[in-house]
Design a protein around this ligand. Structure first.
Ligand SMILES: NC(=O)c1ccc[n+]([C@@H]2O[C@H](COP(=O)([O-])OP(=O)(O)OC[C@H]3O[C@@H](n4cnc5c(N)ncnc54)[C@H](O)[C@@H]3O)[C@@H](O)[C@H]2O)c1
Ligand SMILES: [Zn+2]
Length: 347
């Protein structure tokens, strides 16, 4: 069943659809792949044994499976180069298509490889985590990591189609589900949408929640594809969250680090009367029910130092996104001492 279809970049030649549904891959993929001479199906070592063969059955042209490994380490230049080489060996060409089957890591790597191989071949995205369905598969950002920093090398590259099939979520581990829910809670604060109602109610269809997140991201990406203005709202919770991820050496997963970041920023913003305490109450209620805000022992000075080294910091200033009311964000700029004072509640 297809639950919703959202079109990104409606007025442009390479607009693309994000389809959300349950058990919908078999309805969409055969027709989508009929036009290609071959497909390169990229997945990871956890997802491939569970889902790759099933997906291959729906591909209408010859397909080859590539499994670079799993988790964040696959977003590397080595993995990209191995894939480019393997593509050559298997005769993947400009009439072929890359299919990304996995979470955000597989999506980011596959997008990067598709956008650069033979100067760009088509990409179809089949996200399999809640985080990838609600966030990373939408918006066209691709990335690999280099030793100096995460997500530093990449491209903007629009897929031909995104199919968010919630059947894949059946095998998703609980912690990964919580990570996705943390991003869902973020979306409830950053644009006007019905997520607050769904999260309050509790008994929601996950397809409805994913669709709302996709629509929310589509609005921001349509207005600011290359991330120079309003798309920044997606960064709510992320500036502090990224610092927590780094300091924990990635033992605290991205989604939960973001939940921590949203919580700290909301608490600090309420203390300074930048937003009402109701927003903090909502966050605490939703995070209690749908995800876990981790205990973090890093000091605010440690957090500030890592935030300043982020690629988004410039001229010694860190920008922090916060919701000034439900659905509307603002940005604050701080220097090192400013961010320490803000987080630790000094006026
Ligand atoms: N491009 C963007 O706009 C964007 C946005 C947000 C995040 N990201 C990137 O996304 C990545 C995080 O994505 P993620 O949280 O999906 O992580 P992930 O891809 O590492 O997946 C998390 C874990 O779940 C497993 N998994 C995935 N789907 C599964 C399924 N259906 N059943 C069983 N196991 C499954 C994976 O093998 C992995 O171990 C980060 O690298 C981040 O930088 C990109
Ligand atoms: Zn995120």
């Amino acid at each position: 069943m297809i639950y919703s279809e959202t079109v990104l970049h409606k007025d442009s030649e390479n607009s693309y659809k994000v389809s959300v549904g349950n058990d919908c891959t078999d309805k969409l993929l055969p027709a989508l792949t009929a036009q290609y001479s071959s497909c390169a199906l990229i997945s990871d070592s956890n997802v491939a044994p569970l889902w790759a063969e099933k997906v291959r059955n729906y591909i209408s042209c010859p397909s080859f499976v590539f499994i670079p490994g799993c988790s964040e380490q696959i977003k590397s230049l080595d993995c990209a180069q191995n894939l480019w080489n393997s593509f050559c060996e298997k005769g993947i060409n400009r009439k072929s298509c890359v299919i990304a089957l996995g979470g955000g890591t597989v999506g980011d790597l596959s997008g990067f490889v598709a956008s650069t191989y033979m100067r760009g071949i088509d990409l179809i995205s089949l996200p399999t985590t809640l985080l990838a369905m609600t966030d990373s598969s939408v918006g066209g950002k691709t990335a690999i990591n280099i030793p100096a920093a995460k997500n530093t090398v990449g491209t903007f590259y629009r897929p031909k189609r995104v199919i968010s099939d919630t059947a894949f979520l059946e095998t998703l581990p609980k912690t990964e589900y919580s990570c996705g829910m943390a991003e869902v809670i973020k979306y409830a604060f950053i644009t006007e949408n019905v997520l607050p109602k769904l999260l309050d109610k509790g008994d929601f269809l996950i397809e409805a929640v994913i669709s709302e997140c996709v629509k929310s991201k589509a609005v921001l990406v349509d207005a600011d594809e290359f991330d120079t203005s309003v798309r920044m709202a997606l960064n709510f919770g992320h500036t502090v969250g990224h610092a927590v991820e780094m300091l924990s050496k990635f033992s605290i997963p991205h989604g939960l680090a973001v939940a921590y970041g949203c919580h700290r920023v909301l608490k600090a913003a309420v203390r300074r009367n930048y937003c009402s305490a109701e927003l903090l109450d909502k966050f605490e209620d939703w995070s209690r029910r749908y995800c876990v805000v981790p205990e973090v022992t890093f000091s605010d000075v440690e957090l500030a130092d890592v935030m300043l080294s982020d690629k988004k910091a410039s001229s010694g200033l860190i920008r922090i996104v916060f919701p000034k009311s439900m659905g509307f964000c603002d940005v604050l700029s701080f220097d090192r001492q400013g961010i320490v004072d803000f987080l630790s509640g000094i006026d």
